[in-house]
Design a protein around this ligand. Structure first.
Ligand SMILES: [Zn+2]
Length: 224
């Protein structure tokens, strides 16, 4: 069965936005990523305006553990009575509020610049309720979609592939100026095998963490 997809886009830094996606399938809602804490009330309003209310948000699915995707996970979990699902390899990031957990140690400058801004505040840290693995089906929650483990940006990065070819890819691909591989890479080797895995999927529309959704064919035209 098809799903309704609502894009909730908020400004992240400079000209870069960050997306949350609200999916409605079989009368239940699924929220992919949750945005930055500073955009909490705006995002909440968009969810409520779409009919997502306490009791009908089935899952909050996090594509990975960065703050711009997990910043409101705790808040929405409490507000809507939903469970948080993510990959185990990024759960240390959200438990400790440390974006470098399970990532390569950053240089001193990078650490100084990013750690204070991109670390989850104490109240926003959490343990997920559900740990997702590669190949997990979301059918048991009411959505015909599959989890893909695609490390590279972070060790626990995942994508969600819906049966109709909609691919929610987190920070693996993006469309800032044009469809491309996302520029922030923790492990280049893993990233290129994750991109190679995406190329075999036959996705139709890609819904990235940053930038606008784009047809898979547009990526293929540029990058083969
Ligand atoms: Zn991001």
């Amino acid at each position: 069965m098809d799903q309704d997809i609502k894009v909730v886009s908020t400004r992240f830094i400079f000209n870069v936005n960050v997306n949350c996606y609200l999916i409605k399938s079989n009368g239940r809602f699924f929220l992919i990523d949750t945005g930055m804490p500073g955009k909490r009330h705006h995002i909440e309003r968009e969810l409520v305006d779409s009919g997502c209310l306490p009791g009908n948000l089935e899952l909050i699915i996090l594509t990975h553990g960065d703050k711009d995707h997990c910043g409101n996970a705790v808040y929405f979990r409490e507000k809507f009575g939903a469970r948080i699902a993510m990959h185990r390899n990024d759960s240390g990031m959200t438990r400790e509020g440390d974006m470098f957990f399970n990532r390569k140690p950053p240089g001193r400058i990078v650490e100084k610049l990013f750690k204070p801004v991109m670390g989850l505040g104490k109240k926003d840290r959490f343990e997920p309720d559900i740990l997702l693995e590669d190949g997990d089906e979301l059918t048991r929650f009411g959505w015909d979609a599959t989890i893909l483990h695609l490390p590279g940006h972070s060790s626990g990065s995942i994508a969600i592939l819906a049966r109709d070819g909609a691919l929610f890819c987190g920070d693996i691909l993006a469309d800032i100026k044009h469809p491309d591989v996302w520029s922030i890479v923790d492990n280049a080797e893993q990233m290129s095998s994750s991109v190679a895995k995406i190329k075999r999927l036959n996705a139709k529309i890609v819904y990235p963490g940053h930038g606008r959704p784009f047809p898979w064919k547009a990526f293929e035209r540029l990058h083969g």
